[in-house]
Design a protein around this ligand. Structure first.
Ligand code: FAD
Length: 571
């Protein structure tokens, strides 16, 4: 069994022909293009017009991103988080730049599908059908994450219309987006936030430049007295504010799968290179440290996939009474993207010079992979968010019906109606302990349980004081320790659903135990840690994963080394 996607033996998670066709046509598009052109376009930073044309011709964004209500009877259309995750992984497998075009289209559509403006929604559906791409115009150059300081504005005119002025920076697809959901403030005395729609072709829309050096287009554009009517207004006041955060919530969940796709392609290249390279008369993959790196990389990659898959069930099942996704989402964003960076580092240490070569996918991935953890909230921002749930998660569990794997053909409409972004501390979670207990026969899961118990003691009896809360060198590793528990919980839930072999689970928890100990060491060594906190950390970090060499070799041979030659992109 291969846990990684293999485009040439592609198995979609989706049960319907329409979705499968979307995936298969996309594979064919890239394999027909071939690796030589893919990399040449990347290296020459050529805007991917052929890809945008392909997406339009096959109505792919229309199918993936139009809720049924606006689909005009096209049965392939729905907004399905599981399907969009799968598609993100596939696009990023061929290049993060292609994924980015999809990602910012998703973001651009967020404030539209959340809007009460029916005309704008119908227009978006029509444009999607015609093959349009979209953009999300939130950021401004000098304000970064501080959207309170937004300067773009609408000034009312006597006839009830407005003119928009201001400048946006870092706006993906801003060179060709038919609808740019643009955030501004209304200068009518209220200073209300508003989302309104702009179009790149209008003469009052000045496309200034691509801010980055890449084939994707991350625009800087300016609006000069851009005329706006009621038809262009998507939202106002608190609704507009919530639309920003709720749209980022949707987009954020799409980033983990992209990192996974990148790491998968790199894995194939790396193992096939190393397994066929002979140094000093031996295969490179026979060197113990090389084997260790591949094992670690593969186990981390499988864990990323298991976590992401399971969290999408919670995402799809979200409702106003079940907001657990609000924790699982930043955990995906922070953890999966950082794990992907680790995977690339591990592989690069093995393939060394090969990873620089311009005819490898790897060299492109090595440059791009550090992006996902930083955008739509840095690691820091996501960990601070995650920590808000810690007390509720550990000390106030609630009963929920079990959430089944969700591959239904439903629209995930709650995502466009998430409501207020407040009250995170009140969100409750099902008890994490039973799924760990159910796997405690596996020595490394049992070890991990011990670490959790000590960590829980630390939080309960020696939690951070106010100063430590404000100090990232303390709060970040603390948040990491919490998130690794959440990560482990959902991984275990998914292993049951996929019937993953105990050998693999136990080896995954080998690295999880090591990571847990590593974060404890960071707190232990922190200047501001108190003695009582150090005692808890010392206990955690002295716990060792349980070695099982026979099991390690079994997983290596059956799953990891077996990927030598499994996939190579068409030249
Ligand atoms: C390639 C690329 C594509 C992008 N695409 C888009 C797009 O399509 N649309 C769009 O609107 N934007 C886009 N962005 C902008 C992106 O979302 C910004 O990174 C974001 O607005 C944050 O701004 P900043 O990176 O300048 O960081 P800043 O906001 O300047 O943050 C600086 C530091 O402050 C910290 N910080 C900020 N806020 C907090 C907080 N609340 N709590 C704790 N720490 C905090 C951060 O961790 C960070 O370390 C893109 C950016 C890039 C580079």
């Amino acid at each position: 069994m291969n846990f990684l996607i293999q485009p040439k033996k592609y198995k979609s998670l989706m049960a319907d022909d329409g979705s499968r066709a979307v995936m298969e046509k996309t594979v064919d598009f890239f394999e027909d293009m071939g690796k030589t052109q893919l990399l040449d376009d990347y290296n020459k930073k050529i805007w991917y017009k052929e890809f945008v044309d392909f997406i339009g011709k096959e109505q792919i964004f229309a199918k993936l991103l139009t809720p049924k209500k606006y689909a005009d009877g096209d049965e392939d259309c729905r907004w399905d988080t599981a399907r969009n995750s799968e598609y993100s992984e596939l696009l990023a497998f061929y290049g993060l730049g292609y994924w980015y075009c999809f990602q910012v289209t998703i973001l651009g559509l967020g404030p539209i599908w959340m809007s009460p403006n029916e005309k704008a929604k119908k227009k978006a559906a029509r444009l999607l059908k015609e093959g349009a791409i979209f953009a999300f115009g939130l950021s401004e150059r000098t304000h970064g994450a501080d959207i309170y300081s937004t300067e773009t504005n609408l000034t009312p005119k006597d006839d009830g219309t407005w003119v928009a002025n201001g400048e946006k920076y870092y706006i993906g697809n801003g060179n060709e987006a038919e609808m740019v959901s643009t955030l501004g403030k209304i200068k009518d005395g209220t200073d209300d936030y508003t989302y309104f729609v702009t179009n790149y072709q209008h003469k009052a829309y000045e496309l200034k430049k691509n801010v980055i050096s890449h084939q994707e287009y991350v625009s800087n554009f300016a609006l000069h007295d851009y005329p706006i009517t009621e038809d262009d207004i998507l939202s106002r006041g608190p609704h507009a504010w919530d639309s920003s955060l709720n749209t980022v919530n949707i987009g954020k969940f799409n980033i983990g799968p992209a990192s996974i796709g990148v790491a998968e392609h790199c894995f194939y290249e790396a193992i096939t290179h190393a397994a066929n390279r002979i140094l000093y008369g031996m295969r490179v993959t026979d060197m113990p440290h090389v084997r260790k790196n591949f094992m670690d990389a593969w186990l981390r990659l499988v864990a990323m996939k298991l976590y992401q898959r399971r969290s999408s069930d919670y995402f799809r099942g979200a409702s106003e009474n079940d907001r657990r996704y609000l924790l699982y989402n930043p955990t995906s964003k922070m953890k999966v993207t950082l794990q992907a960076e680790d995977v690339i580092n591990l592989l690069w240490d093995v393939i060394a010079a090969k990873g620089f070569e311009k005819d490898t996918y790897f060299h492109m991935a090595a440059a791009d992979i550090r992006g996902p953890s930083k955008l739509e909230g840095t690691v820091h921002v996501n960990i601070q968010l995650i920590r808000k749930f810690m007390k509720s998660y550990f000390f106030n569990p609630a009963e929920y019906e079990p959430v089944a794997p969700d591959f239904s053909f439903n629209d995930d409409l709650f995502l466009f109606n998430q409501g207020s972004t407040k009250g995170l501390g009140k969100v409750r979670f099902h008890d994490y302990a039973p799924v760990f207990e159910a796997n405690k026969d596996l020595p490394n899961v049992a070890t991990f349980i011990k670490q959790i118990e000590i960590f829980k003691g630390l939080v309960e009896k020696a939690g951070p004081d106010k100063m430590q809360d404000m100090d990232p060198s303390f709060s970040l590793p603390l948040g990491e320790m919490f998130s690794i528990v959440v990560y482990g919980q959902l991984i275990l839930e998914q292993t049951k659903l996929e019937d993953v072999e105990p050998d693999i689970i136990n080896q995954i928890f080998d690295f999880m135990v090591r990571d847990f100990a590593g974060f404890a060491l960071q707190i232990y060594g922190n200047h501001s840690s108190r003695d009582e906190q150090r005692l808890f950390c010392k206990e955690i970090m002295l716990i060792k994963a349980v070695a099982d060499d026979a099991q390690y070799q079994r997983v290596w041979g059956k799953y990891v080394f077996a990927l030598d030659g499994e996939y190579a992109m068409n030249e």
